[in-house]
Design a protein around this ligand. Sequence first.
Ligand code: DGY
Length: 325
Amino acid sequence: MKQWKVLVSRRIPQEGLDLLAEACELTMHQEDRPMTRSELLAAAAGKDGVLCLLTDKINAELFDAAPTVRAYANFAVGYDNMDVAEASRRRIPLSNTPDVLTDATADMAWALLFATARRVVESDAVMRSGSWAGWGPLQFIGGDITGATLGIVGAGRIGAAMTARSNGFRMRVLYTDARRNEQLEQSTGAVFVSFDELLRQSDYISVHVPLLPETRHLFNEAAFARMKPTACLINTARGPVIDEAALVRALRDKTIAGAGLDVYEHEPAMSEGLAALPNVVLTPHTASATHASRNGMARKAATNLLAMLRGERAPDCLNPEIYPG
Ligand code: DGY
């Protein structure tokens, strides 16, 4: 006899499903696309728990539609899709999946940095088109990485992992955050600066802040104007941290040299003109898409959900304030 009814809003790696299946009767959305809002509201009704994705809005409307659900486990470290305050008001526990995707995400930020600086995608397109006529001294000249200044915006787990990887390239690392990360400073030599200083001095800027009211459009026209015209911006965090229409203008007008983006302001759509620009490298929100990382996320989300269904505090609880003491 299975103890709990659980909705999984899209297929996740089998390891997570196997963990849940031991104790739960699972309903899983079978199509390889996010559930529509009405599908989610209907499918969550009558369940005890939901394993949800960053594409699902977890908010008052859903809590009202599915009053029996007493736990939501996000299959993501970012949780801007969840109304934590409203869940806490209703004493509904929430969880996310930190740590298991830190390395994969930092690796992808570096992949985008390399590809953008060294114009890998543009070069690849020329080779495939058959139009390359042979080696030339002025072809595809890009930015230097070794010895350059790397600016890290947000020095949490992923920002720190990005910083650590810069060591082999003898880079100077500047970082900015709401608070100082002294451990990062000691272990990597990264220097804490204001956002303004980071914009002015960095050759590459990598974004690692969560999406919050105060980080929405942190990178806007004014920020691009303060960056070096040779600088590249890398974003593996959340799309709305960048004003994407302003980025298109900055890339088109060469206010900055390039951008490498894994996330978009209005996913899955992209702002008009972005895809046509040669100086941007675009990936489809796949920074955590490695075997180890996605399997880890599946295990974590399932483990968190099972703990919450048992009435325990999830290992990755997002709203511990709902528990007494
Ligand atoms: C996250 O976990 O927040 C990523 O955006 C997807 O893995």
